[in-house]
Design a protein around this ligand. Sequence first.
Ligand SMILES: Cc1cc2nc3c(=O)[nH]c(=O)nc-3n(C[C@H](O)[C@H](O)[C@H](O)COP(=O)(O)O)c2cc1C
Length: 192
Amino acid sequence: MLKGVAENAGGFYQHYPRTATIVTASNNGRKNAMAVAWHCPVSFNPALYGIAVAPKRYTYRMIVDSRQFGINFMPYEKSEKIAEVGGSSGDLIDKFTEFNLTEDQSIKTDVPILKDAYAAYECRVIDDRLFGDHVWIIGEIVAVHTASDVFKENGVLDLKMIRPSLYLGGETYCTGDGESMRVYEREKYGKR
Ligand SMILES: Cc1cc2nc3c(=O)[nH]c(=O)nc-3n(C[C@H](O)[C@H](O)[C@H](O)COP(=O)(O)O)c2cc1C
């Protein structure tokens, strides 16, 4: 592929698509939700998950004070919910009432788990560090919520059952479907 080259990263949208999630928090009787596209697993054992949250977000203070957060993986059909919580501040409105967010019971923390999510983690914060204009918050996964029948026996999401919400940057969402799935066994392909 012929590529242009630049030294300035600019908005750097090149790493998209990535799954668009809703991060939830609860502190002092208040709950809130925000959209988070910058997130990543960081360790299998213990199971650790990282999220990048700008300190100016209302959710940031709630997470740092309560030392817990939830991360909710959303189906494509609910992408609108991601835009709703990602375009408003918990400082001004109660997003759960305003956007009709309904909850499942969390089991190890107080963080809201969204009914609409096909999977969610409850996390306890073990570290948070500022890098540039975002804080990288690492949580230990203490509970995993998964919808039945959407993951195959090998743990892989079944795209025939759920189409995940993927974020392309800006205001654009897309998804993957069962037709685009390919299985390449690494042992076999790595040895060719
Ligand atoms: C699709 C999408 C992804 C986003 N990803 C992030 C992110 O990874 N980190 C972040 O700090 N803000 C992210 N935002 C912005 C916040 O969700 C947004 O500022 C939100 O209003 C914060 O809510 P709060 O003030 O109630 O915490 C994203 C917004 C959208 C729409």
